[in-house]
Design a protein around this ligand. Sequence first.
Ligand code: SAM
Length: 239
Amino acid sequence: MWSAAVLTLYPEMFPGTLGQSLAGRALADGLWSLDAIQIRGFATDRHRSVDDTPAGGGAGMVMRADILAAAVDAAAARHPGNPVLAMTPRGRPLTQSRVHELAAGPGVTILCGRFEGMDERLFEARAVEPVSIGDYVLSGGEVAAQVVLDACIRLIPGVMGAASSGEEESFEAGLLEYPQYTRPPLWEGRAIPEVLRSGDHAKIAAWRKQRAEDDTRLRRPDLWERHGGAPVHPPSGAQ
Ligand code: SAM
């Protein structure tokens, strides 16, 4: 069974959204397991403190490396083989290809930060992968961990039905997905594109490919250029 271990100061936040819908059913069906571990359980003083003031001064508090390392070591013993991710805006952005790798493995252990983040020495002393879910700052790593887990869980074999394999979805082919439509065929004067009602599968596939490319170029020039598309904003002076 795919195992999700979460190291957090707020274990009661789990499963949270992951207890509902697709992920919730998969949890109930035993397709994945959840182990929410309280980081304070590894504190060494009677106040169970896990943080201290930042070296060099500044606002807020920093999570202590020694406490976090003890928590990571305990999680590794309980979930051997799980890669350990630490949620931080300073991490590498999560990608769909990394999500595929994680979903194909034994599971994942995720460390959730709070306050001003974690003592950097943790990343030097333990094999912990810093991961960001985007260029913005959340108040804590728990929501970010749920994002990572949700993205992985839907790819665990047996979680999505065969009818929805996810193969055509955004990022799978390096592009955004084509736009989707459903009934009613006419809504507020707007019709579903005629080609989608033509029944001509080759024409529909060509239209979808074109829209996927056009929308990616327009909305995500970074993705488009990584996919090998012509630069959307060529450097000035270029032909
Ligand atoms: N001082 C940190 C910085 O500027 O990089 C931000 C700390 S944030 C207030 C507290 C915690 O929220 C972080 O330690 C991390 O676990 C989580 N977090 C916030 N934004 C995140 C993001 N974009 N991706 C992943 N985790 C995030």
